[in-house]
Design a protein around this ligand. Structure first.
Ligand code: NIG
Ligand code: FE
Length: 450
Protein backbone atom coordinates (compact mmCIF):
# COMPACT_ATOMS: atom_id res chain seq x y z
CA UNK A 1 0.00 0.00 0.00
CA UNK A 2 1.27 3.43 -0.87
CA UNK A 3 1.67 5.57 2.19
CA UNK A 4 4.73 7.59 1.21
CA UNK A 5 3.02 10.92 1.64
CA UNK A 6 2.87 10.33 5.37
CA UNK A 7 6.55 11.20 5.48
CA UNK A 8 6.91 14.94 5.35
CA UNK A 9 9.05 15.57 2.33
CA UNK A 10 12.57 16.53 3.09
CA UNK A 11 14.61 19.01 1.20
CA UNK A 12 18.03 17.62 0.63
CA UNK A 13 19.79 20.78 -0.28
CA UNK A 14 18.92 24.41 0.06
CA UNK A 15 15.20 24.60 0.88
CA UNK A 16 13.44 27.68 -0.41
CA UNK A 17 13.83 29.77 2.74
CA UNK A 18 10.94 31.96 3.75
CA UNK A 19 13.28 34.93 3.83
CA UNK A 20 14.56 34.30 0.32
CA UNK A 21 11.10 33.82 -1.14
CA UNK A 22 9.43 36.85 -2.63
CA UNK A 23 6.52 36.20 -0.27
CA UNK A 24 8.80 36.03 2.76
CA UNK A 25 9.35 38.60 5.44
CA UNK A 26 7.07 41.33 6.61
CA UNK A 27 4.45 41.34 3.92
CA UNK A 28 3.75 37.68 4.52
CA UNK A 29 2.85 38.47 8.12
CA UNK A 30 0.18 40.83 6.93
CA UNK A 31 -1.72 39.44 3.98
CA UNK A 32 0.95 37.83 1.85
CA UNK A 33 2.86 39.70 -0.83
CA UNK A 34 3.47 39.61 -4.55
CA UNK A 35 6.16 37.63 -6.34
CA UNK A 36 8.43 40.38 -7.42
CA UNK A 37 11.78 38.59 -7.39
CA UNK A 38 12.88 36.47 -10.32
CA UNK A 39 12.34 32.75 -9.76
CA UNK A 40 15.35 30.66 -8.76
CA UNK A 41 17.57 28.28 -10.74
CA UNK A 42 17.17 24.61 -11.49
CA UNK A 43 15.53 22.23 -9.04
CA UNK A 44 14.73 18.55 -8.95
CA UNK A 45 11.44 17.24 -7.52
CA UNK A 46 11.48 13.48 -7.10
CA UNK A 47 9.93 10.46 -5.46
CA UNK A 48 6.42 11.54 -6.39
CA UNK A 49 3.43 10.30 -8.32
CA UNK A 50 2.60 12.91 -10.95
CA UNK A 51 -0.83 13.36 -12.51
CA UNK A 52 0.52 15.12 -15.59
CA UNK A 53 -2.82 15.23 -17.45
CA UNK A 54 -0.76 15.02 -20.62
CA UNK A 55 -2.59 13.37 -23.49
CA UNK A 56 0.68 11.70 -24.46
CA UNK A 57 1.00 9.73 -21.21
CA UNK A 58 -1.10 6.66 -21.82
CA UNK A 59 -2.48 6.26 -18.30
CA UNK A 60 -5.56 7.67 -16.60
CA UNK A 61 -4.76 11.21 -15.41
CA UNK A 62 -1.53 10.98 -17.42
CA UNK A 63 -0.20 9.38 -14.26
CA UNK A 64 3.51 8.68 -13.86
CA UNK A 65 4.54 6.64 -10.82
CA UNK A 66 7.94 7.27 -9.28
CA UNK A 67 8.30 10.42 -11.30
CA UNK A 68 10.87 13.19 -11.40
CA UNK A 69 10.31 16.78 -12.45
CA UNK A 70 13.08 19.19 -13.36
CA UNK A 71 12.19 22.85 -12.89
CA UNK A 72 14.23 25.55 -14.52
CA UNK A 73 13.30 29.02 -13.29
CA UNK A 74 9.57 29.46 -13.71
CA UNK A 75 9.10 26.52 -16.09
CA UNK A 76 9.28 22.77 -16.25
CA UNK A 77 12.29 21.50 -18.12
CA UNK A 78 11.52 17.79 -17.88
CA UNK A 79 8.80 15.50 -16.46
CA UNK A 80 8.95 11.72 -16.58
CA UNK A 81 9.72 8.45 -14.86
CA UNK A 82 12.77 8.66 -12.60
CA UNK A 83 14.58 5.88 -14.45
CA UNK A 84 14.26 7.84 -17.71
CA UNK A 85 15.81 11.07 -16.39
CA UNK A 86 18.62 12.03 -18.77
CA UNK A 87 21.96 12.02 -16.98
CA UNK A 88 22.79 15.58 -17.96
CA UNK A 89 19.68 16.77 -16.12
CA UNK A 90 20.32 14.73 -12.97
CA UNK A 91 23.28 16.90 -11.97
CA UNK A 92 23.64 20.65 -11.95
CA UNK A 93 20.52 21.38 -9.91
CA UNK A 94 20.68 23.82 -7.05
CA UNK A 95 17.89 22.18 -5.04
CA UNK A 96 16.56 18.67 -4.69
CA UNK A 97 13.21 17.82 -3.10
CA UNK A 98 12.25 14.30 -2.03
CA UNK A 99 8.45 14.28 -1.96
CA UNK A 100 8.21 10.97 -0.10
CA UNK A 101 5.83 9.42 -2.63
CA UNK A 102 3.31 12.29 -2.51
CA UNK A 103 0.88 13.06 -5.32
CA UNK A 104 1.63 16.03 -7.59
CA UNK A 105 -0.91 17.74 -9.86
CA UNK A 106 -0.84 20.89 -11.94
CA UNK A 107 -1.75 24.03 -10.00
CA UNK A 108 -5.52 24.33 -9.95
CA UNK A 109 -7.27 26.99 -12.01
CA UNK A 110 -10.47 28.67 -10.84
CA UNK A 111 -11.68 30.04 -14.17
CA UNK A 112 -14.91 31.80 -13.09
CA UNK A 113 -15.26 33.96 -9.97
CA UNK A 114 -16.81 37.24 -8.90
CA UNK A 115 -14.41 37.61 -5.99
CA UNK A 116 -14.33 41.40 -5.51
CA UNK A 117 -17.44 42.74 -3.77
CA UNK A 118 -18.76 44.31 -0.60
CA UNK A 119 -21.22 42.84 1.89
CA UNK A 120 -22.88 39.43 1.94
CA UNK A 121 -26.29 38.11 0.91
CA UNK A 122 -26.89 35.81 3.87
CA UNK A 123 -30.29 37.36 4.53
CA UNK A 124 -31.28 36.69 0.92
CA UNK A 125 -30.28 33.08 1.50
CA UNK A 126 -32.76 33.02 4.40
CA UNK A 127 -35.47 34.51 2.17
CA UNK A 128 -34.85 31.83 -0.43
CA UNK A 129 -35.08 29.13 2.21
CA UNK A 130 -38.51 30.51 3.04
CA UNK A 131 -39.60 30.15 -0.57
CA UNK A 132 -38.56 33.32 -2.45
CA UNK A 133 -36.86 32.50 -5.75
CA UNK A 134 -33.52 33.93 -6.93
CA UNK A 135 -35.28 35.51 -9.90
CA UNK A 136 -38.08 36.99 -7.77
CA UNK A 137 -35.56 38.57 -5.39
CA UNK A 138 -33.67 40.04 -8.35
CA UNK A 139 -36.85 41.41 -9.92
CA UNK A 140 -37.74 43.07 -6.63
CA UNK A 141 -34.47 45.01 -6.73
CA UNK A 142 -32.44 42.73 -4.47
CA UNK A 143 -29.96 40.14 -5.70
CA UNK A 144 -27.05 41.52 -7.72
CA UNK A 145 -28.27 45.08 -7.14
CA UNK A 146 -27.91 44.76 -3.39
CA UNK A 147 -24.30 43.67 -3.82
CA UNK A 148 -23.77 46.60 -6.20
CA UNK A 149 -24.92 48.99 -3.47
CA UNK A 150 -22.63 47.35 -0.88
CA UNK A 151 -19.69 47.33 -3.29
CA UNK A 152 -20.08 50.98 -4.24
CA UNK A 153 -20.24 51.88 -0.53
CA UNK A 154 -17.15 49.86 0.43
CA UNK A 155 -13.75 51.51 0.83
CA UNK A 156 -11.20 50.30 -1.71
CA UNK A 157 -8.86 48.99 0.99
CA UNK A 158 -11.71 46.95 2.43
CA UNK A 159 -12.57 45.53 -0.98
CA UNK A 160 -8.95 44.53 -1.38
CA UNK A 161 -8.70 43.11 2.11
CA UNK A 162 -11.79 40.91 1.80
CA UNK A 163 -10.81 39.75 -1.70
CA UNK A 164 -7.32 38.87 -0.45
CA UNK A 165 -8.68 36.78 2.39
CA UNK A 166 -10.87 34.83 -0.04
CA UNK A 167 -8.01 34.39 -2.47
CA UNK A 168 -5.64 33.16 0.24
CA UNK A 169 -8.08 30.38 1.08
CA UNK A 170 -8.19 29.30 -2.55
CA UNK A 171 -4.41 29.48 -2.87
CA UNK A 172 -3.90 27.27 0.16
CA UNK A 173 -6.11 24.69 -1.50
CA UNK A 174 -3.93 24.69 -4.60
CA UNK A 175 -5.36 27.43 -6.83
CA UNK A 176 -2.51 29.06 -8.74
CA UNK A 177 -4.53 30.85 -11.44
CA UNK A 178 -7.73 32.74 -10.76
CA UNK A 179 -10.20 34.59 -12.95
CA UNK A 180 -12.01 37.56 -11.39
CA UNK A 181 -14.95 39.34 -13.00
CA UNK A 182 -16.12 42.84 -12.35
CA UNK A 183 -19.88 43.35 -12.42
CA UNK A 184 -20.72 44.70 -8.98
CA UNK A 185 -19.70 48.28 -9.79
CA UNK A 186 -21.86 48.94 -12.86
CA UNK A 187 -20.51 52.45 -13.40
CA UNK A 188 -17.21 53.37 -15.05
CA UNK A 189 -15.71 54.48 -11.75
CA UNK A 190 -16.80 51.45 -9.76
CA UNK A 191 -16.10 48.86 -12.44
CA UNK A 192 -12.60 50.34 -12.76
CA UNK A 193 -12.11 50.15 -9.01
CA UNK A 194 -13.09 46.48 -8.86
CA UNK A 195 -10.78 45.60 -11.76
CA UNK A 196 -7.96 47.54 -10.12
CA UNK A 197 -8.49 45.58 -6.91
CA UNK A 198 -8.29 42.36 -8.94
CA UNK A 199 -5.00 43.52 -10.48
CA UNK A 200 -3.73 44.55 -7.04
CA UNK A 201 -4.37 41.03 -5.74
CA UNK A 202 -1.92 39.66 -8.27
CA UNK A 203 0.71 42.09 -6.96
CA UNK A 204 0.23 40.91 -3.41
CA UNK A 205 -0.32 37.18 -3.73
CA UNK A 206 1.70 34.62 -5.66
CA UNK A 207 -0.83 33.58 -8.25
CA UNK A 208 -1.97 34.65 -11.70
CA UNK A 209 -5.14 36.75 -11.85
CA UNK A 210 -7.05 37.13 -15.13
CA UNK A 211 -9.60 39.91 -15.16
CA UNK A 212 -12.92 39.84 -16.98
CA UNK A 213 -15.11 42.91 -17.57
CA UNK A 214 -18.72 42.06 -16.72
CA UNK A 215 -20.33 45.47 -17.02
CA UNK A 216 -23.40 43.80 -18.56
CA UNK A 217 -24.16 41.86 -15.38
CA UNK A 218 -27.31 43.65 -14.19
CA UNK A 219 -29.09 46.92 -14.78
CA UNK A 220 -28.03 49.47 -12.15
CA UNK A 221 -30.88 51.45 -10.53
CA UNK A 222 -29.91 54.73 -12.21
CA UNK A 223 -30.68 53.10 -15.59
CA UNK A 224 -34.03 51.61 -14.53
CA UNK A 225 -36.21 51.13 -17.62
CA UNK A 226 -33.30 52.10 -19.90
CA UNK A 227 -31.45 48.86 -20.53
CA UNK A 228 -30.36 49.86 -24.04
CA UNK A 229 -28.92 53.12 -22.75
CA UNK A 230 -27.02 51.14 -20.14
CA UNK A 231 -25.59 48.87 -22.84
CA UNK A 232 -24.48 52.05 -24.70
CA UNK A 233 -22.64 53.06 -21.53
CA UNK A 234 -21.04 49.64 -21.10
CA UNK A 235 -19.89 49.76 -24.74
CA UNK A 236 -18.33 53.18 -24.09
CA UNK A 237 -16.55 52.13 -20.87
CA UNK A 238 -15.03 48.98 -22.33
CA UNK A 239 -12.40 50.64 -24.59
CA UNK A 240 -11.41 52.98 -21.76
CA UNK A 241 -10.90 50.14 -19.28
CA UNK A 242 -9.17 48.02 -21.90
CA UNK A 243 -6.72 50.80 -22.71
CA UNK A 244 -6.00 51.13 -19.01
CA UNK A 245 -4.84 47.49 -19.11
CA UNK A 246 -7.59 46.30 -16.80
CA UNK A 247 -9.41 43.83 -19.04
CA UNK A 248 -8.27 40.38 -20.22
CA UNK A 249 -11.70 39.20 -21.39
CA UNK A 250 -15.33 40.34 -21.65
CA UNK A 251 -18.37 38.60 -20.19
CA UNK A 252 -22.11 39.31 -19.96
CA UNK A 253 -25.17 37.82 -18.27
CA UNK A 254 -27.65 36.74 -20.94
CA UNK A 255 -30.88 36.02 -19.13
CA UNK A 256 -34.46 37.19 -18.64
CA UNK A 257 -33.41 39.03 -15.49
CA UNK A 258 -30.34 40.51 -17.15
CA UNK A 259 -29.64 41.22 -20.86
CA UNK A 260 -31.02 39.95 -24.15
CA UNK A 261 -28.93 38.28 -26.85
CA UNK A 262 -29.24 41.45 -28.95
CA UNK A 263 -27.83 43.57 -26.11
CA UNK A 264 -25.03 41.09 -25.43
CA UNK A 265 -24.17 41.11 -29.13
CA UNK A 266 -23.49 44.85 -28.98
CA UNK A 267 -21.03 44.39 -26.11
CA UNK A 268 -19.31 41.51 -27.90
CA UNK A 269 -18.94 43.59 -31.04
CA UNK A 270 -16.96 46.18 -29.09
CA UNK A 271 -14.87 43.41 -27.54
CA UNK A 272 -14.11 42.13 -31.02
CA UNK A 273 -12.91 45.54 -32.23
CA UNK A 274 -10.57 45.62 -29.23
CA UNK A 275 -9.30 42.09 -29.88
CA UNK A 276 -10.60 40.89 -26.51
CA UNK A 277 -11.91 37.34 -26.08
CA UNK A 278 -15.45 36.85 -24.83
CA UNK A 279 -17.21 34.52 -22.39
CA UNK A 280 -20.86 34.34 -21.44
CA UNK A 281 -23.12 33.54 -18.49
CA UNK A 282 -25.46 31.53 -20.67
CA UNK A 283 -28.53 29.35 -20.22
CA UNK A 284 -28.38 29.44 -16.42
CA UNK A 285 -32.09 29.95 -15.69
CA UNK A 286 -33.60 29.65 -19.17
CA UNK A 287 -32.57 28.95 -22.76
CA UNK A 288 -31.88 32.31 -24.40
CA UNK A 289 -29.70 30.97 -27.21
CA UNK A 290 -26.79 32.72 -25.52
CA UNK A 291 -24.29 29.93 -26.07
CA UNK A 292 -24.87 29.98 -29.85
CA UNK A 293 -24.41 33.76 -29.85
CA UNK A 294 -21.19 33.49 -27.86
CA UNK A 295 -19.97 30.74 -30.19
CA UNK A 296 -20.48 33.11 -33.12
CA UNK A 297 -17.87 35.33 -31.46
CA UNK A 298 -15.51 32.40 -30.87
CA UNK A 299 -16.11 32.53 -27.12
CA UNK A 300 -13.45 31.08 -24.87
CA UNK A 301 -16.24 29.66 -22.74
CA UNK A 302 -19.95 29.57 -22.00
CA UNK A 303 -20.70 29.20 -18.33
CA UNK A 304 -23.52 27.65 -16.21
CA UNK A 305 -25.44 26.01 -19.12
CA UNK A 306 -28.16 24.15 -17.22
CA UNK A 307 -30.69 25.04 -19.97
CA UNK A 308 -28.28 24.55 -22.90
CA UNK A 309 -29.96 22.99 -25.95
CA UNK A 310 -28.46 20.44 -28.32
CA UNK A 311 -28.08 23.23 -30.90
CA UNK A 312 -26.18 25.25 -28.33
CA UNK A 313 -23.90 22.29 -27.65
CA UNK A 314 -23.23 21.94 -31.40
CA UNK A 315 -22.45 25.63 -31.74
CA UNK A 316 -20.00 25.46 -28.85
CA UNK A 317 -18.33 22.38 -30.30
CA UNK A 318 -17.94 24.19 -33.63
CA UNK A 319 -16.37 27.22 -32.00
CA UNK A 320 -14.14 25.25 -29.64
CA UNK A 321 -15.71 26.97 -26.62
CA UNK A 322 -15.26 25.39 -23.20
CA UNK A 323 -18.34 24.55 -21.12
CA UNK A 324 -17.68 25.95 -17.64
CA UNK A 325 -19.95 24.09 -15.22
CA UNK A 326 -20.70 25.67 -11.86
CA UNK A 327 -22.04 23.08 -9.43
CA UNK A 328 -21.78 25.50 -6.50
CA UNK A 329 -24.43 27.79 -7.99
CA UNK A 330 -26.54 24.80 -9.05
CA UNK A 331 -26.44 23.49 -5.48
CA UNK A 332 -26.86 26.80 -3.67
CA UNK A 333 -29.83 27.87 -5.81
CA UNK A 334 -31.26 24.36 -5.37
CA UNK A 335 -31.56 23.97 -9.14
CA UNK A 336 -32.90 20.71 -10.47
CA UNK A 337 -32.24 21.02 -14.21
CA UNK A 338 -28.89 19.41 -14.97
CA UNK A 339 -26.51 20.73 -17.62
CA UNK A 340 -26.49 18.40 -20.67
CA UNK A 341 -23.36 16.48 -19.70
CA UNK A 342 -23.97 13.54 -22.07
CA UNK A 343 -24.40 15.86 -25.08
CA UNK A 344 -21.29 17.84 -24.13
CA UNK A 345 -19.31 14.60 -23.96
CA UNK A 346 -20.80 13.33 -27.20
CA UNK A 347 -19.90 16.50 -29.11
CA UNK A 348 -16.44 16.69 -27.56
CA UNK A 349 -16.98 20.02 -25.79
CA UNK A 350 -14.30 20.32 -23.09
CA UNK A 351 -15.80 20.75 -19.62
CA UNK A 352 -14.28 23.02 -16.99
CA UNK A 353 -15.37 23.59 -13.39
CA UNK A 354 -15.12 26.69 -11.24
CA UNK A 355 -16.35 28.00 -7.90
CA UNK A 356 -18.33 30.93 -9.43
CA UNK A 357 -17.52 32.51 -6.07
CA UNK A 358 -20.01 35.34 -5.49
CA UNK A 359 -22.20 36.42 -2.57
CA UNK A 360 -25.56 35.62 -4.19
CA UNK A 361 -25.58 32.30 -6.01
CA UNK A 362 -22.34 30.62 -4.93
CA UNK A 363 -20.56 31.73 -1.74
CA UNK A 364 -18.11 28.87 -2.33
CA UNK A 365 -14.44 29.14 -1.47
CA UNK A 366 -13.31 25.60 -2.18
CA UNK A 367 -12.50 24.49 -5.70
CA UNK A 368 -11.98 20.93 -4.43
CA UNK A 369 -15.55 20.89 -3.18
CA UNK A 370 -16.59 21.66 -6.76
CA UNK A 371 -14.80 18.50 -7.92
CA UNK A 372 -16.85 16.47 -5.49
CA UNK A 373 -20.11 18.20 -6.39
CA UNK A 374 -19.44 17.80 -10.10
CA UNK A 375 -19.09 14.07 -9.56
CA UNK A 376 -22.07 13.64 -7.23
CA UNK A 377 -24.47 16.15 -8.81
CA UNK A 378 -23.41 16.16 -12.49
CA UNK A 379 -21.92 12.63 -12.65
CA UNK A 380 -18.54 13.70 -13.96
CA UNK A 381 -15.81 11.16 -13.37
CA UNK A 382 -13.04 12.16 -10.94
CA UNK A 383 -10.67 12.30 -13.91
CA UNK A 384 -13.01 14.61 -15.85
CA UNK A 385 -13.29 16.73 -12.72
CA UNK A 386 -9.52 17.11 -12.38
CA UNK A 387 -9.13 17.93 -16.08
CA UNK A 388 -11.91 20.47 -15.59
CA UNK A 389 -9.90 22.51 -13.07
CA UNK A 390 -6.57 22.17 -14.91
CA UNK A 391 -6.30 21.63 -18.68
CA UNK A 392 -9.82 22.72 -19.57
CA UNK A 393 -9.90 25.62 -17.11
CA UNK A 394 -6.68 26.93 -18.68
CA UNK A 395 -8.33 26.76 -22.07
CA UNK A 396 -11.40 28.60 -20.74
CA UNK A 397 -9.02 31.46 -19.92
CA UNK A 398 -7.13 31.24 -23.19
CA UNK A 399 -3.93 30.16 -21.42
CA UNK A 400 -1.82 27.53 -23.15
CA UNK A 401 1.18 27.59 -20.82
CA UNK A 402 -0.45 25.78 -17.89
CA UNK A 403 -2.98 23.18 -16.85
CA UNK A 404 -0.77 20.14 -17.39
CA UNK A 405 2.68 19.10 -16.26
CA UNK A 406 4.97 18.83 -19.25
CA UNK A 407 8.27 20.30 -20.44
CA UNK A 408 7.84 23.96 -21.35
CA UNK A 409 4.77 24.53 -19.17
CA UNK A 410 4.81 26.87 -16.20
CA UNK A 411 6.05 25.25 -13.02
CA UNK A 412 2.75 25.76 -11.19
CA UNK A 413 1.98 22.60 -9.25
CA UNK A 414 0.61 21.21 -5.99
CA UNK A 415 1.94 18.51 -3.71
CA UNK A 416 -0.87 16.56 -2.01
CA UNK A 417 -0.86 14.25 0.99
CA UNK A 418 -2.83 11.77 -1.09
CA UNK A 419 -2.12 8.50 -2.85
CA UNK A 420 -4.29 8.84 -5.94
CA UNK A 421 -5.80 11.75 -7.89
CA UNK A 422 -9.32 10.30 -7.52
CA UNK A 423 -9.08 11.36 -3.85
CA UNK A 424 -9.22 15.00 -4.90
CA UNK A 425 -12.88 14.45 -5.74
CA UNK A 426 -13.49 12.15 -2.79
CA UNK A 427 -12.53 13.92 0.43
CA UNK A 428 -14.82 16.62 1.71
CA UNK A 429 -13.69 19.41 3.98
CA UNK A 430 -10.08 18.54 4.66
CA UNK A 431 -7.32 20.27 2.79
CA UNK A 432 -4.64 17.75 1.86
CA UNK A 433 -2.56 20.27 -0.08
CA UNK A 434 0.95 20.21 1.42
CA UNK A 435 2.81 22.57 -0.85
CA UNK A 436 1.85 24.96 -3.62
CA UNK A 437 4.54 25.86 -6.15
CA UNK A 438 4.02 28.89 -8.37
CA UNK A 439 6.42 29.68 -11.19
CA UNK A 440 8.96 27.30 -9.65
CA UNK A 441 8.81 28.81 -6.16
CA UNK A 442 7.24 27.09 -3.13
CA UNK A 443 4.67 29.37 -1.56
CA UNK A 444 5.09 29.60 2.20
CA UNK A 445 1.88 29.27 4.20
CA UNK A 446 0.43 32.60 5.18
CA UNK A 447 -2.32 33.30 7.68
CA UNK A 448 -5.75 34.05 6.25
CA UNK A 449 -6.72 37.49 7.43
CA UNK A 450 -10.20 38.90 7.81
O1 NIG B 1 -22.65 33.56 -11.86
N1 NIG B 1 -25.48 34.66 -12.94
C1 NIG B 1 -25.04 35.77 -12.77
N2 NIG B 1 -24.04 36.10 -11.95
C2 NIG B 1 -23.64 35.35 -10.79
C3 NIG B 1 -24.51 35.62 -9.63
C4 NIG B 1 -24.38 36.98 -9.17
C5 NIG B 1 -25.13 37.27 -7.94
O2 NIG B 1 -26.19 36.68 -7.63
O3 NIG B 1 -24.64 38.16 -7.24
C6 NIG B 1 -23.53 33.89 -11.11
O4 NIG B 1 -24.31 33.05 -10.62
FE1 FE C 1 -20.85 33.80 -12.45
Amino acid sequence: MRCGWRRQYERRAGPPQASSHPLGGQAQRAVGAGMSAAPGGRSLWQNCRVATLQAGVNQPYGLIDDATMVVDGAHLLWVGARHALPEELAGGTSQSHDLGGALVTPGLIDCHTHLVYGGTRASEFEQRLQGASYEAIAKAGGGIRSTVAATRAARTDMLLRSAMARTQGLLQEGVTTLEIKSGYGLSLEHERRCLQVARALAQRLPLTVRTTFLGAHALPPEFEGRADDYIDAVCAWLPTLAHEGLVDAVDAFCERIAFSPAQVRRVFEVARTLGLPVKLHAEQLSDQGGAALAAEFGALSCDHLEYLSEDGVRAMAGAGSVAVLLPGAFYFLRETKLPPIAALRQHGVPMALATDHNPGSSPVLSLLLMLNMACTLFRLTPEEALRAVTVHAARALGLSDRGMLAAGQRADFCVWALDHPNELSYWLGRNRCQTVVVAGQAVPPSPITN
